[in-house]
Design a protein around this ligand. Structure first.
Ligand SMILES: [Zn+2]
Length: 551
């Protein structure tokens, strides 16, 4: 960026303190400091420039914030870090406006990626709601126009359904007579598989694409870390470990940590469907002392109760308005959920559950009620996503003290379909993150990246304005659910730290807290709300070390 952040006031050996001066350093709502001193990776003191500079030791490093705003490092409370990196090397179909254009993109990708002839093509991010003409899902005939010789699977933006070509279906061995998998559906028309695979069925078809190598997957994590620190994230809570792949994922993160490549703080959100796998994890991996610090930690059991709103697989208590007879997909039968929750609870393990539809949220609360002794949520069980809600459901979440891990950036896409899917009345109390906060619930923010970009400022913009990134609608969707900027920043920092039991060590800039912070390019507290989406991190620091500077 051409500015000089560092001015040494002398020479010293070994560890030196760092001072940030001339800043607007956010302490908490309405309170700011001018300067802070960092010692040993931790905030040592805060005050005016004069006070802090007077306490400076010989040779300490001074960063001039140039009057800019300083925030605690952002903490994404739910994402998929390895897939953030994978996305960058993948056939990306986000924002495409027609099946024809998808075919064209697929052919170009195949021409540019010779390895795809070996591996097949896994594409991601299409959304039929954005199509100019008929808003229909992709089928095998569309994909066969890219190639019939290699398997091709194109995952919808929500990650809960996929389209496959004839070669992939052939390799899978599935026919119209095959039994439907538990917790999933593949569509059949005129005695033929159409190529539309939903929920657990999409996993079956995705297996026809050759998996990446260990080296490739580790590079995906590195690329994800690079992307995160460039947008101001110093902590991520990430669901990469899943059932059979979990061993390799645990190992890769530990390797990156040991080699000092991790750079941002990482908390595992771990998916198990089999009780035996969960029990094995609790007896082995979870006890590894590597997880005892603040850099790499073992987090909650991550369950999936339903699908997505876009694919109409979110579990509803009533029919979809635009698909009568459909109430979505229940991905986790209540008895199995109860058994997994019981094991977690007996072992002091937090549970978070993907629940988007009102039916899924309600049943998740039922399951949590059974593992909250005395009605207290001591293990901080959480609902992830929490999108389709009415007021009684919102009150129940707050009354039970169940945490919400929210992704306000979903409003960008979903505000255009929510009323059609769920009706105007339900839409007016959905994505109600501000309402939840005012009811006293703990609400943390994240992006579910790569479902959405991991930039926290686009997400804060969506929470504050409730508009899409084009500024529509001008008054905001269901504006009662709005929050102010301080609440949104707190949700991304303090509340995300609370969700991982770390609110005493990070999420604020106060003496004794980890020196995880960002200097941003404009004052988020005073710019017009429409500009918040353009805020950039100029400098990102974790544990007192500068890990990113904008060029
Ligand atoms: Zn997710």
């Amino acid at each position: 960026m051409g500015r000089h952040f560092f001015a040494r006031s002398g020479w010293g050996d070994g560890i030196v303190d760092t001072i940030i001066k001339n800043g607007k350093i956010y302490i908490e709502r309405g309170r700011f400091a001018e300067a802070l001193r960092i010692s040993d990776g931790v905030v040592a003191s805060m005050g005016t420039d004069d006070e802090i500079l007077a306490s400076a030791q010989q040779g300490c490093r001074v960063i001039d914030a140039g009057g800019r705003t300083v925030l605690p490092g952002m903490n994404d409370s739910h994402m998929h870090l390895s897939y953030v990196g994978e996305w960058l090397s993948t056939l990306d179909l986000a924002g495409i406006r027609s099946p024809d254009e998808i075919v064209k993109k697929g052919r170009e990708y195949l021409a540019a990626h010779p390895e795809a002839h070996e591996r097949g093509i896994m594409g991601v991010g299409w959304n039929q709601d954005l199509f100019d003409g008929e808003k229909r899902v992709l089928n095998r005939r569309d994909l066969d126009r890219i190639s019939r010789d290699i398997p091709i699977v194109l995952r919808r933006v929500c990650g809960h359904s996929s389209a496959a070509n004839s070669k992939a279906i052939e390799i899978s061995g599935l026919t119209a007579d095959s039994p439907q998998p538990e917790g999933g559906v593949f569509d059949i028309e005129d005695g033929e598989i159409t190529g539309v695979f939903k929920e657990n069925a999409s996993r079956l078809i995705e297996q026809t694409i050759k998996p990446h190598t260990h080296a490739e997957r580790k590079n995906f994590l590195r690329a994800g870390i690079a992307r995160c620190k460039s947008v101001g994230l110093t902590s991520v809570q990430s669901n990469d470990a899943s059932e059979k792949t979990s061993g390799e994922t645990f190992a890769m993160l530990k390797e990156l940590f040991a080699d000092e490549e991790l750079q941002i703080r990482y908390r595992h959100q771990i998916t198990f469907l089999e009780e035996s796998d969960l029990l094995e994890y609790l007896k082995t991996e979870r006890l590894d002392p590597v997880y005892l610090g603040n850099m790499l930690t073992a987090g909650p059991l991550k369950l999936f109760k339903d699908g997505s709103l876009g694919a109409r697989t979110a579990l509803r208590r009533e029919d979809y308005r635009d698909d009568p007879g459909n109430r979505g997909v229940d991905c986790l039968p209540a008895e199995q959920m109860d058994r997994l929750c019981r094991i977690a609870s007996d072992n002091g393990m937090q549970v978070m559950t993907h629940a988007i539809g009102d039916g899924a949220i309600s049943q998740t609360l039922d399951a949590y009620a059974k593992i909250m002794p005395g009605g207290r949520n001591a293990l901080r069980h959480a609902v992830n996503h929490c999108q389709i809600t009415d007021m009684p459901l919102l009150r129940r979440i707050a009354d039970m003290g169940v945490l919400v891990m929210a992704q306000p950036i979903f409003i960008n896409t979903d505000l255009h379909v929510i009323a059609a899917r769920a009706g105007q009345e339900m839409a007016s109390t959905s994505y109600a993150f501000g309402t939840l906060e005012r009811l006293g619930a703990h609400v943390s923010y994240g992006t579910d990246s790569p479902i959405e970009d991991c930039d926290p400022f686009k997400c804060i913009y969506a929470a504050v304005t409730r508009k899409d990134l084009n500024g529509t609608p001008p008054g905001g969707y269901a504006p009662d659910g709005r929050v102010d900027v301080a609440s949104a920043v707190d949700a991304y920092t303090y509340e995300s730290a609370y969700a991982e039991f770390k609110e005493d060590v990070k999420g604020r800039l106060k003496p004794g807290y980890l020196a995880d912070l960002i200097i941003i390019d404009r004052d988020i507290f005073s710019i017009p709300p429409d500009e918040i989406k353009d805020v950039k991190a100029d400098l990102t620091m974790a544990g007192g070390e500068v890990i990113y500077e904008r060029g």
